[in-house]
Ligand binder design. Structure first.
Ligand code: URA
Length: 191
Protein backbone atom coordinates (compact mmCIF):
# COMPACT_ATOMS: atom_id res chain seq x y z
CA UNK A 1 0.00 0.00 0.00
CA UNK A 2 1.41 3.45 -0.88
CA UNK A 3 2.10 6.01 1.82
CA UNK A 4 -0.77 8.12 0.49
CA UNK A 5 -3.16 5.17 0.77
CA UNK A 6 -1.88 4.26 4.25
CA UNK A 7 -2.37 7.87 5.37
CA UNK A 8 -5.89 7.91 3.95
CA UNK A 9 -6.82 4.68 5.73
CA UNK A 10 -5.18 5.74 9.00
CA UNK A 11 -7.39 8.85 8.97
CA UNK A 12 -10.43 6.69 9.70
CA UNK A 13 -8.66 4.26 12.05
CA UNK A 14 -10.77 2.95 14.93
CA UNK A 15 -8.29 0.27 16.06
CA UNK A 16 -8.43 1.76 19.56
CA UNK A 17 -10.45 4.49 21.28
CA UNK A 18 -7.94 7.33 20.96
CA UNK A 19 -9.61 8.66 17.78
CA UNK A 20 -12.65 9.63 19.86
CA UNK A 21 -11.04 12.57 21.68
CA UNK A 22 -8.22 13.48 19.29
CA UNK A 23 -8.77 16.14 16.63
CA UNK A 24 -7.30 14.05 13.84
CA UNK A 25 -4.90 11.28 12.92
CA UNK A 26 -1.34 12.60 12.74
CA UNK A 27 0.37 10.48 10.12
CA UNK A 28 4.09 10.49 9.39
CA UNK A 29 5.67 13.08 7.12
CA UNK A 30 8.77 13.23 4.98
CA UNK A 31 10.14 11.83 1.76
CA UNK A 32 9.15 8.28 0.83
CA UNK A 33 12.79 7.87 -0.21
CA UNK A 34 14.18 8.92 3.20
CA UNK A 35 17.22 6.98 4.40
CA UNK A 36 16.39 7.83 8.02
CA UNK A 37 13.09 7.36 9.82
CA UNK A 38 12.62 8.83 13.29
CA UNK A 39 9.82 7.47 15.42
CA UNK A 40 8.37 9.41 18.34
CA UNK A 41 5.66 8.49 20.81
CA UNK A 42 2.35 10.22 20.08
CA UNK A 43 1.42 13.60 18.64
CA UNK A 44 1.30 16.35 21.25
CA UNK A 45 -1.25 19.15 21.64
CA UNK A 46 0.05 21.24 18.74
CA UNK A 47 0.57 18.24 16.48
CA UNK A 48 -3.03 17.20 17.15
CA UNK A 49 -4.29 20.65 16.13
CA UNK A 50 -2.04 21.02 13.09
CA UNK A 51 -2.11 17.43 11.86
CA UNK A 52 1.67 17.12 11.48
CA UNK A 53 4.29 15.37 13.65
CA UNK A 54 6.87 17.24 15.71
CA UNK A 55 5.66 20.79 15.16
CA UNK A 56 5.42 21.74 18.86
CA UNK A 57 8.10 22.37 21.52
CA UNK A 58 9.58 18.85 21.28
CA UNK A 59 9.70 19.20 17.51
CA UNK A 60 11.54 22.51 17.74
CA UNK A 61 14.13 20.95 20.04
CA UNK A 62 14.42 17.96 17.70
CA UNK A 63 14.94 20.30 14.71
CA UNK A 64 17.72 22.16 16.50
CA UNK A 65 19.38 18.93 17.63
CA UNK A 66 19.16 17.41 14.15
CA UNK A 67 20.75 20.55 12.73
CA UNK A 68 23.62 20.33 15.20
CA UNK A 69 24.06 16.63 14.40
CA UNK A 70 24.28 17.46 10.69
CA UNK A 71 20.92 15.92 9.84
CA UNK A 72 18.60 17.72 7.42
CA UNK A 73 15.01 17.45 8.74
CA UNK A 74 13.59 17.65 5.24
CA UNK A 75 15.42 14.44 4.33
CA UNK A 76 14.03 12.50 7.32
CA UNK A 77 10.71 10.66 7.55
CA UNK A 78 9.22 11.60 10.93
CA UNK A 79 6.43 9.65 12.49
CA UNK A 80 5.04 8.38 15.80
CA UNK A 81 4.37 4.95 17.27
CA UNK A 82 0.80 6.08 18.01
CA UNK A 83 -1.01 8.36 15.56
CA UNK A 84 -3.58 9.97 17.87
CA UNK A 85 -3.00 12.41 20.74
CA UNK A 86 -3.74 10.89 24.13
CA UNK A 87 -4.43 13.42 26.84
CA UNK A 88 -6.23 14.31 29.99
CA UNK A 89 -7.89 17.71 30.46
CA UNK A 90 -6.72 19.96 33.27
CA UNK A 91 -8.75 23.13 33.08
CA UNK A 92 -8.21 24.46 29.59
CA UNK A 93 -4.99 22.51 29.13
CA UNK A 94 -4.68 19.14 27.48
CA UNK A 95 -1.96 17.17 29.23
CA UNK A 96 -0.19 14.43 27.28
CA UNK A 97 -0.67 10.87 28.50
CA UNK A 98 1.58 7.96 27.62
CA UNK A 99 -0.18 5.46 25.37
CA UNK A 100 -0.75 1.96 26.71
CA UNK A 101 0.83 -1.14 25.19
CA UNK A 102 -2.61 -2.05 23.78
CA UNK A 103 -2.81 1.30 22.00
CA UNK A 104 0.73 0.93 20.66
CA UNK A 105 -0.09 -2.53 19.32
CA UNK A 106 -3.37 -1.30 17.81
CA UNK A 107 -1.43 1.39 15.94
CA UNK A 108 1.38 -0.91 14.81
CA UNK A 109 -0.04 -1.69 11.35
CA UNK A 110 0.45 1.97 10.37
CA UNK A 111 4.02 2.13 11.63
CA UNK A 112 4.89 -1.18 9.97
CA UNK A 113 3.21 0.07 6.80
CA UNK A 114 5.32 3.21 6.85
CA UNK A 115 8.47 1.13 7.38
CA UNK A 116 7.49 -1.15 4.51
CA UNK A 117 6.96 1.78 2.15
CA UNK A 118 9.84 4.06 3.13
CA UNK A 119 12.31 1.22 3.64
CA UNK A 120 14.73 3.41 5.60
CA UNK A 121 18.30 2.29 6.16
CA UNK A 122 18.21 3.60 9.71
CA UNK A 123 15.41 3.97 12.25
CA UNK A 124 15.94 6.19 15.28
CA UNK A 125 13.51 5.55 18.12
CA UNK A 126 12.89 8.69 20.16
CA UNK A 127 12.06 7.44 23.63
CA UNK A 128 10.85 4.26 25.23
CA UNK A 129 7.43 4.00 23.61
CA UNK A 130 8.89 3.99 20.08
CA UNK A 131 11.72 1.66 21.08
CA UNK A 132 9.33 -0.83 22.71
CA UNK A 133 7.01 -0.62 19.71
CA UNK A 134 9.80 -1.77 17.40
CA UNK A 135 12.11 -3.77 19.65
CA UNK A 136 9.68 -5.35 22.09
CA UNK A 137 8.19 -4.42 25.47
CA UNK A 138 11.23 -5.50 27.45
CA UNK A 139 13.53 -3.03 25.66
CA UNK A 140 15.01 -0.43 28.03
CA UNK A 141 16.32 2.82 26.56
CA UNK A 142 18.23 3.45 29.78
CA UNK A 143 20.22 0.22 29.20
CA UNK A 144 20.52 0.14 25.42
CA UNK A 145 20.58 3.79 24.38
CA UNK A 146 22.84 4.27 21.35
CA UNK A 147 23.28 0.56 20.63
CA UNK A 148 22.61 -0.53 17.07
CA UNK A 149 20.31 -3.45 16.29
CA UNK A 150 18.89 -5.08 13.18
CA UNK A 151 15.25 -4.16 12.88
CA UNK A 152 13.24 -7.41 12.81
CA UNK A 153 11.75 -8.24 9.37
CA UNK A 154 13.60 -5.39 7.71
CA UNK A 155 16.99 -4.51 6.23
CA UNK A 156 17.15 -1.43 8.48
CA UNK A 157 19.38 -0.78 11.45
CA UNK A 158 17.64 0.60 14.51
CA UNK A 159 18.87 2.57 17.47
CA UNK A 160 17.18 4.33 20.37
CA UNK A 161 17.73 7.55 22.22
CA UNK A 162 15.72 9.63 24.63
CA UNK A 163 12.59 11.54 23.66
CA UNK A 164 13.11 15.28 23.02
CA UNK A 165 10.42 16.00 25.64
CA UNK A 166 12.61 14.25 28.22
CA UNK A 167 15.39 16.71 27.30
CA UNK A 168 12.96 19.61 27.81
CA UNK A 169 11.96 18.22 31.23
CA UNK A 170 15.49 17.42 32.37
CA UNK A 171 16.94 19.12 35.46
CA UNK A 172 20.19 19.52 33.58
CA UNK A 173 18.82 20.49 30.22
CA UNK A 174 22.17 21.48 28.74
CA UNK A 175 23.74 18.10 29.50
CA UNK A 176 20.66 16.19 28.36
CA UNK A 177 20.57 18.19 25.13
CA UNK A 178 24.24 17.55 24.42
CA UNK A 179 23.73 13.81 25.00
CA UNK A 180 20.77 13.87 22.64
CA UNK A 181 22.74 15.66 19.88
CA UNK A 182 25.62 13.20 20.37
CA UNK A 183 23.21 10.26 19.99
CA UNK A 184 21.75 11.70 16.79
CA UNK A 185 25.21 12.35 15.37
CA UNK A 186 26.33 8.79 16.25
CA UNK A 187 23.17 7.41 14.64
CA UNK A 188 23.79 9.44 11.49
CA UNK A 189 27.34 8.10 11.33
CA UNK A 190 25.91 4.58 10.98
CA UNK A 191 24.73 5.40 7.46
N1 URA B 1 6.13 14.08 20.72
C1 URA B 1 6.12 13.01 19.89
O1 URA B 1 6.53 11.91 20.27
N2 URA B 1 5.69 13.16 18.67
C2 URA B 1 5.27 14.32 18.19
O2 URA B 1 4.88 14.36 17.03
C3 URA B 1 5.29 15.43 19.07
C4 URA B 1 5.73 15.29 20.32
Amino acid sequence: MSLAKLREEACTCHNCDLYKDATQTVFGEGPASARIMMVGETPGDQEDRKGAPFVGPAGRLLDRAMGEAGIDRSAVYLTNAVKHFKFTERGKRRIHKTPSRTEVVACQPWLLGELGEVKPELVVCLGAVAAKALLGPSFRVTQHRGEVFDLPDSAAKVTATVHPSAVLRSDDREKAYKGFVDDLAAAYAIL
